[in-house]
Unconditional design. Structure first.
Length: 380
């Protein structure tokens, strides 16, 4: 099985915290569908005959495109790829783009899962993030999506916002649970270099983030999700089983996927490639039949490090047996020896040679994974 990611790079305006490739303009928007259709054709052999079990429209803001345009993209994908009849087809959306009529039309295209960018149910938080929608429109969009027949809905929330006191974070979670959505993604507000958020904080135009607040709110998040019956299946993702995100699970389980659109990444098990992160260059290079992506062959050390990093973030854990099968007994023994100290300090547990982060360990997931990495050989 495999997945396809479609990057729609257009936004109404950029959120202050966003460091994904997107453009807040309509320039070149009329040229984009034809270029994307051409890439769909050019990359038709990348996944071979693997059944495609997930198609994911991300961005940017895919819900800015009309249902007709999304339907045409899906038709082209189905024409050239082996898309399963049971495929999960997700579209990211903003609350302000949704209404009952357009939701019904999106559902008729084959979209069967929505990911709605709520971020907060409080207007002052949304203002801090430079979001367009209001708290009221966020709640309305969820209800209207459910009334339009969408039962598989995910919402995004952000914690660690300076305007978000712990009591408000608790209320955000209560409101999220009250909607009945089966999947919630919750992310710490990260100040990425050169984003508008970074500039505004450095210029003291707005208040900066606080690590202590983020730790407290992450602990609250884990506890409240557990009480509400959600499975914490990846550091930032929670679901009522069996509503795991099929697409994101492909990434975390090392399954092959194809990325379409500017800046999109692809992986086929032995190499990774990424499209040029520039809209004009993407359109120009495809129109001139120039190569619009870069390729990197992955070494065994890179593949090992990626497996450790990604698997430790999940409820399925990091398997020493898989490490031995894929990378050899010496590497597996080294991993076990290195992991022992994290078991001793309560940040990891082990069961049948599968290693999992504890709640405490999840606070330090990136650092623990980094400590377990293998160093590249000289010249590698």
């Amino acid at each position: 099985m495999s997945g396809i990611y479609v990057h729609i790079p257009f936004c109404k305006r950029k959120c202050h915290y966003c460091n994904f490739f997107s453009v807040a303009t309509e320039k070149y928007r009329d040229r984009f569908p034809a270029a994307l259709a051409e890439e769909i054709f050019l990359q038709r052999n990348y996944l071979g005959d693997d059944p495609v079990t997930s198609v994911y429209f991300g961005g940017g803001t895919p819900s800015l495109f009309s249902p007709i345009q999304i339907g045409e993209i899906l038709s082209a994908i189905r024409k050239f790829y082996n898309v399963s009849d049971e495929a999960e087809i997700t579209m990211e959306s903003n609350p302000d783009d949704l209404n009952p009529a357009i939701l019904r039309d999106f559902r008729n295209t084959g979209i069967n899962r929505l990911s709605i960018g709520v971020q907060s149910f409080f207007d002052d938080d949304l203002e801090y993030l430079n979001r367009i929608h209001s708290a009221a429109s966020a709640e309305n969009s969820i209800r209207e999506a459910q009334e339009a027949g969408f039962s598989n809905i995910s919402i995004d929330l952000i914690y660690g916002i300076p305007t978000l006191a712990d009591e408000k974070w608790e209320e955000n979670l209560r409101r999220a649970f009250s909607t009945g959505v089966p999947h919630i993604s919750a992310y710490a507000l990260t100040v990425e270099p050169k984003t508008a958020l970074d500039v505004l904080i450095r210029r003291k135009k707005i208040k900066g983030t606080d690590e202590g607040q983020m730790i407290r709110q992450f602990r609250i998040l884990m506890q409240r999700m557990r009480e509400a019956g959600f499975t914490h299946y990846e550091i930032s993702n929670f679901c009522i089983e069996p509503h795991f995100s099929r697409h994101n699970s492909l990434y975390w389980n090392g399954t092959h996927y194809l990325g379409l659109g500017p800046s999109a990444h692809s992986y086929n098990g032995h190499s990774r490639q990424w499209n040029v992160p520039n809209l004009f260059e993407y359109l120009d290079q495809i129109s001139r039949n120039d190569r619009f992506y870069e390729v990197e062959a992955l070494s065994d050390i890179q593949r090992y490090n990626e497996y450790v990093m990604v698997s430790l973030r999940t409820v399925w854990g990091c398997s020493a047996k898989k490490i031995e099968a894929d990378f050899g007994k010496v590497t597996a023994t080294g991993f076990i020896e290195q992991a022992a100290r994290f078991i001793q300090n309560g940040k990891m547990v082990e069961k049948d040679k599968v290693y999992f982060l504890t709640d405490e360990g999840k606070l330090f997931a990136d650092g623990i994974a980094s400590d377990l990495f293998l160093e590249p050989e000289d010249g590698a």
